[in-house]
Design a protein around this ligand. Structure first.
Ligand SMILES: Nc1ncnc2c1ncn2[C@@H]1O[C@H](COP(=O)(O)OP(=O)(O)OP(=O)(O)O)[C@@H](O)[C@H]1O
Ligand SMILES: [Mg+2]
Length: 442
């Protein structure tokens, strides 16, 4: 879903943006209420997560004004411990739910899932249709290089029929994004899009997660539970990291995909599975088949339509568009200048983490540079640090020390000297940050 996060605490905004993006959402952040309202007017969001106490307009005012203007986004409000009555008031005025500070970012995920389920129900009832598929594909998938144009063409083909799709590509190349765009542009768009991260389920939970279980099916199964195939009924089931499905579970999956029926664990009644399957992998599945870790028959079943998602280093022509797109998102539409030397560094980098790495790099640089992207703030390893280059060890050491000191100084400045916040910003443990600061006499 597209989410707006409005919180005057920059660090909380950043960590929410990271965690919610990791959960498959697209996140725009801003730090005051008036800006939040402006963004809600200009862009479409499914959910606004707003702090109740903010400069400019407070969260309650943003909510009221949005409701008065007919803005459709659902609101989740963040409130300080001890001011729950205000949160209750927000609920009475139409907020979907609230969380009290301090909270773990993961607490938002079940709330977002409930909103998603509710919205797909509503879409089914009202028969909403969106813009034309080609426009949507262009809107969501940024890039105009020849490899990306080919991807978009294939996405259009996949959206136009109901066959299974296999997405292959390195980490961060946009497989999740492509899967959701195929769904959004397909005839199933009014039904749910359900993602299963096959890598995160312990082997014995996988089957229950996919197919659900009946009451008493195993110890701990106190209530019957729907599986992801149930939740995706009529829509699309996205199996991310499908190569992580345990080998002995693969046969069951193959059967469901072939016969379109399954049984819940502990159940005897066949349930029909009207879903379109999109699977994704970072690995070479043919090699996995040769290693005896992946079933060949399942592979052929999934590999009906296949999209090879190109690595960012193979489509560097898309950098300017991608940089613009992500900076717009990160800065909530404010203009951000990119120094020419920063652009050169972006072009020279190898991007092992692909578009995700680019987005994170830009976000950090934006925060450190306060609205301007400079080469130093990007903190990319100098070209000398890349494996293919010929730099001497002394060279590398000196440059790394220089970058490190620079990053530390900038992080402290960006967080007004708050070391805990600076450590979070840099992705370090506080104790590691302290060691670094001591080493640089900071
Ligand atoms: N073509 C693109 N245009 C705009 N944003 C993109 C594009 N490709 C990827 N992104 C962004 O890059 C980030 C990573 O993308 P995504 O999660 O889809 O990658 P992935 O291939 O599923 O990675 P992984 O294999 O690690 O799960 C997301 O924030 C996504 O929005
Ligand atoms: Mg993914």
């Amino acid at each position: 879903m597209r989410l707006l996060v409005a919180d005057d605490e920059a660090m909380k905004c950043l960590s929410l943006a990271q965690d919610l993006t990791a959960a498959g959402h697209e996140v725009v952040t801003c730090e005051d209420g008036s800006r939040a309202l402006q963004l809600l007017r200009q862009q479409q969001f499914e959910v606004a997560i707003v702090d109740l106490r903010m400069p400019g307009l407070d969260g309650l005012q943003v909510l009221e004004q949005s409701r008065a203007e007919g803005i459709a986004a659902e609101f989740v409000v963040i409130t300080a411990y001890g001011s729950i009555p205000v949160a209750v008031e927000a609920m009475q005025r139409g907020a979907f739910d609230f969380v009290t500070k301090p909270f773990h970012n993961e607490q938002l995920l079940p709330i977002l899932r409930r909103i998603e389920a509710q919205q797909s129900d509503r879409a089914l009832q009202t028969g909403r249709t969106d813009g034309s598929p080609a426009e949507d594909i262009d809107l969501y998938l940024v890039g105009d290089s020849p490899p990306m144009r080919r991807v978009k063409e294939l996405v259009g083909i996949c959206a136009g029929n109901d066959r299974n799709v296999l997405l292959c590509g390195e980490t961060g190349t946009g497989k999740d994004l492509i899967a959701s765009v195929i769904h959004r542009c397909s005839a199933r768009r009014q039904a749910p899009f359900v993602k299963v991260c096959c890598a995160v389920f312990p082997r014995d939970l996988m089957a229950s997660e996919l197919y659900g279980h009946e009451k008493g099916a195993f110890t701990g199964a106190e209530r019957p539970r729907h599986g992801r195939f149930d939740l995706a009924a009529g829509g699309t089931l996205y199996l991310d990291d499908v190569d992580d499905v345990p080998f002995d579970e693969q046969i069951k999956l193959l059967r469901v995909i072939e016969e379109r029926v399954f049984e819940r664990i502990g159940g005897t009644v066949p349930v029909s599975a009207d879903v379109r399957v999109i699977a994704a992998t970072k690995r070479d599945l043919l090699q996995r088949i040769r290693d005896g870790a992946f079933r060949e028959d399942l592979y052929y079943r999934l590999n009906v339509l296949r999209i090879e998602v190109p690595a960012l280093r193979d489509r560097l022509d898309d950098l300017p568009l991608l940089v613009r797109h992500h900076l717009d998102r990160i800065a909530g539409g404010q203009r951000v200048a990119v120094d020419p030397e920063a652009m050169d560094q972006l072009r020279a980098h190898r991007w092992p983490g692909n578009v995700r790495e680019l987005a994170n790099t830009l976000e950090r640089a934006w925060l450190l540079g306060r609205g301007r992207i400079s080469g130093a703030d990007l903190a990319l390893p100098p070209p000398g640090a890349e494996p293919a280059a010929q730099a001497t060890a002394g060279d590398l050491e000196a440059r790394l020390t220089h970058y490190e000191r620079d990053m530390l100084v900038k992080a402290l400045a960006a967080t007004q000297g708050n070391k805990t916040a600076a450590a979070r910003l840099l992705g370090l443990k506080p104790s590691t940050l302290r060691d670094h600061l001591a080493r640089h006499n900071l």
